[in-house]
Design a protein around this ligand. Structure first.
Ligand code: FAD
Length: 438
């Protein structure tokens, strides 16, 4: 079967939905969202676990309390989302070694200062482009080596505990307000009085584009025609071969896509019959210092969000994330229990349930979020965002200022649809006699 729309949006994550909303509000009613999975939200994804709902993807509204307000925070406030404040600045005073001893605060503070200094030094070296000449066998004085240094280095770089960034736990999907009337049966939902059309379970595999429009083909053999397409698939998906472009994307585009790094960030949830970890105002986060960098380093209890839930969350990233994705959950549980026994002793109860998200192996995600190398120039993100003919690009990875975040995706959707609206208006001016929809 085949149908034609003015605009097809690929992906029902936050960027695709915010793009759809802006288009609809500006008179483009004839639009269709095609989503590969069977749900909306993309990387904002909650799941039931241990009797509560946990966020497998985005959990924090970052940067709240700065000069400019985070738009996602405004949405959360407007719709009365239950939020809960997290302050990770105390985590550095809850660092355990392998024998379960907490590092004295003086040592922790010294190691922390050393790690920050070394991060600043590395950044300066990168910025000044100077080549550091390391004599054979010698190590840079700033390289983290001991378990505590490795743990702090991990938190600073992989966990993104940047400056005085504040975190807030997001307990419901951000666009709750858009999806309240959402019904799986009709595949339609009401976004604040704007009616959007959506097909779920439609995996786009091919985009054939010309000066006249775009033909979209799905895995199940459905064919859709559109005047324009907005593609919100993640940078990891763009780097994979899921979507074939005919003609192929130009070289400047594929090169830019290759230059952007994909980060993997995994929150593993563990449910226990009872609590055995310390609670209290400064104990929400704790750290495990191991010789292996990033080995079950960063822990959080969920008592602040859900008192009595007896759930712990441990965060793994990149290499460690890929490693646990490839093994069974039973093996991961065994490793996590080993680490917890190191910290709290052998008498602690075994977790009764474990949840291990697999963002890297999910072919509609292929990672958790984009990361532009520190020394890459702005041209990379500009090229990633730039349209190719009638295909427009959106998603968190197209946000120049906030890539990697929900608000990055939200703002990118608005930006892309505004750029498309300008293009449509231009087309209409130049072709006064022809209607845009033909
Ligand atoms: P997505 O949400 O990925 O939406 C794209 C959609 O396109 C998906 O639904 C996908 O299924 C669909 N799709 C892909 N390919 C196809 C295809 N071929 N055909 C049809 N549909 C397709 N951000 C924060 O602000 N705070 C946090 O605390 C935070 N923590 C995070 C933790 C984790 C574990 C992860 C994974 C992400 C986190 N993020 C966080 C990042 C945030 O979730 C993302 O930046 C944001 O949700 C991305 O939105 P998007 O619309 O760009 O992409």
């Amino acid at each position: 079967s085949s149908s034609r729309s003015a605009v097809i949006i690929i992906g029902a994550g936050v960027s695709g939905i915010s793009a759809a909303k802006v288009l609809a509000e500006n008179g483009i009613a004839d639009l269709l969202i095609l989503e590969a999975s069977d749900r909306i939200g993309g990387r904002i994804r909650k799941e039931s676990f241990g009797g509560v709902s946990v966020e497998l993807g985005a959990g924090w509204i970052a940067g709240v309390g700065g000069k400019a307000s985070n738009p996602v925070w405004e949405i959360a406030a407007k719709f009365g989302l239950r939020t809960c404040f997290s302050d990770y600045s105390n985590a550095r005073y809850n660092i355990y070694d392998r024998s379960g001893k907490i590092f004295p605060s003086g040592i922790a503070a010294d190691s922390y200062k050393k790690a920050v200094d070394s991060a600043i030094q590395r950044l300066r070296e990168l910025e000044s482009d100077c080549v550091v000449d390391v004599p054979n066998g010698a190590e840079l004085p700033s390289t983290p080596k001991t378990p505590i240094e490795l743990a702090i280095d991990f938190i600073l770089h992989d966990f993104e505990m940047a400056g005085n960034c504040l975190g807030l736990l997001l307990l419901t999907v951000v666009f709750k307000h858009m999806s309240s009337n959402y019904s799986r049966d009709s595949y339609n939902y009401n976004a604040e009085h704007v009616f959007l059309c959506m097909d779920l379970g439609q995996v786009v595999r091919e985009l054939q584009h010309s000066r006249n429009g775009v033909t979209v083909q799905t895995e199940d053999g459905f064919v859709y025609e559109a005047n324009y397409v907005i593609l919100s698939a993640s940078i990891g998906v763009l780097q994979s071969d899921l979507i074939c472009f005919r003609p192929p994307l130009p070289r400047w585009k594929t090169e830019a896509i290759e230059k952007c790094d994909v980060m993997v960030y995994t929150k593993i949830f563990l449910k226990f019959p009872y609590k055995f970890w310390p609670c209290g105002p400064d104990k929400e986060f704790f750290i495990y210092a191991h010789e292996r960098r990033g080995y079950y380093t960063f822990w959080q209890h969920m008592e602040n969000a859900y008192p009595g839930s007896n759930i712990l969350v441990v965060t793994l990233t990149n290499g460690e994330s890929k490693r646990v994705e490839a093994q069974s959950d039973a093996e991961t549980l065994k490793e996590a229990m080993g680490v917890l026994c190191d910290m709290f002793g052998p008498e602690i109860p075994t977790a009764t349930d474990i949840l291990v998200p697999r963002w890297w192996n999910n072919r509609f995600q292929r990672g958790s979020y984009s990361n532009y190398p520190i020394i890459s120039d702005n041209q990379v993100v500009i090229d990633i965002k730039a349209p190719v003919g009638r295909i427009f690009f959106t998603g968190e990875h197209t946000s120049e200022r906030f890539n990697g975040y929900v608000h990055g995706g939200y703002l990118a959707g608005i930006d892309t649809s505004k750029a498309l609206l300008a293009e449509i208006r231009k087309y209409e001016r130049e072709n006064e006699s022809k209607s845009f929809l033909l």
